[in-house]
Ligand binder design. Sequence first.
Ligand code: GTP
Ligand code: ZN
Length: 346
Amino acid sequence: MSRRSRGQQDEESRIRFRPNPRGNRPRTKDRPSHADAVLAQVVTVDRGRYGCLLGGFESSGDDLVITAMKARELGGKTSVIVGDRVGLVGDVSGAEGSLARIVRVEPRTSVLRRSADDTDRIERTIVANADQLAVVTALADPEPRPRMVDRCLVAAYDAGLDPLLVLTKADLADPAGFTSGYAALEVPWLVTQRSPDGIVGLDAVRERLAGRVTVLVGHSGVGKSTLFNALVPGASRAIGRVNDVTGRGRHTSTSAVALRLPDGGWVVDTPGVRSFGLGHVDPSRLLHAFPELEAGTDDCPRGCSHDEAECGLDAWVAEGHAGPSGAARLESLRRLMRARLGETDY
Ligand SMILES: Nc1nc2c(ncn2[C@@H]2O[C@H](COP(=O)(O)OP(=O)(O)OP(=O)(O)O)[C@@H](O)[C@H]2O)c(=O)[nH]1
Ligand SMILES: [Zn+2]
């Protein structure tokens, strides 16, 4: 029996056994297999409209971004986020006013998530298929917030992204004060600063980002936009254009935007993400973001919460195994654990 006639028979049996209460038309119509769907990757998301780059991040040449909506058959539960690889059908010309349909979301290699707050288990997905999370922190003005950094590191490890610290405004403060706190952690860090000729230190940043998909996060005023514009010439114009289309205006966008780096690779700006609620992270997994402490739990009693008198970590830190900032990092871990359990505000 050919596939087609079997399909027809299925259709008939469905009609027979599931009568349609609303009329004579069959409820199920022949679903196309979408073997002809074209691959694209989501670069912008705004209110049900997805900007999809034809061919995906690996494509080269002229970037054609097609506006698409989710096909009904995708179902309401399937989320589509920046970085998703999708299959498109319909009008994929990219012509003004055209609208394609997303019929498929490919399995993700990574998902960056956050929760609204630490006791909220409902997670929000932010970016798919990224490799790296760059946490942008100013060395001064505003003062660095190590606990915010720790929180971002937890989100990075949880998502399977490599963390990177980008420390800006080194012209205002010596980086040593901050970096000594992270020396034992082995998180790579890079420093940038302003000079009369522009931002210094960008080449090392470019090198770290080349060929990778990197999400940039950082709170207001740290110099993230300055960095973004220096890395991607015309970035603010590109982001502005997205917002012009959506009518939101340049500085009010809250959804992520992916932009191609001139040297290869992609950066994703996350304007709406100022912090990471960790309600979706199992408390027992918080420790993974503190690798210099993790090894010190061998002497803990069984089932240790790591926030109790018998915990082996205090001795581990006191003996200097976690470096000069061990005590501060242990305190940070414990605050995160308590916040996660809803015991304190972080
Ligand atoms: N001294 C100094 N100032 C900088 C440096 N980088 C950025 N700035 C300044 O810091 C301020 C904030 O920079 P932005 O790039 O707008 O920071 P942002 O993180 O994007 O902040 P939001 O726009 O609020 O999200 C601006 O006045 C920049 O000119 C730097 O390396 N050194
Ligand atoms: Zn312990």
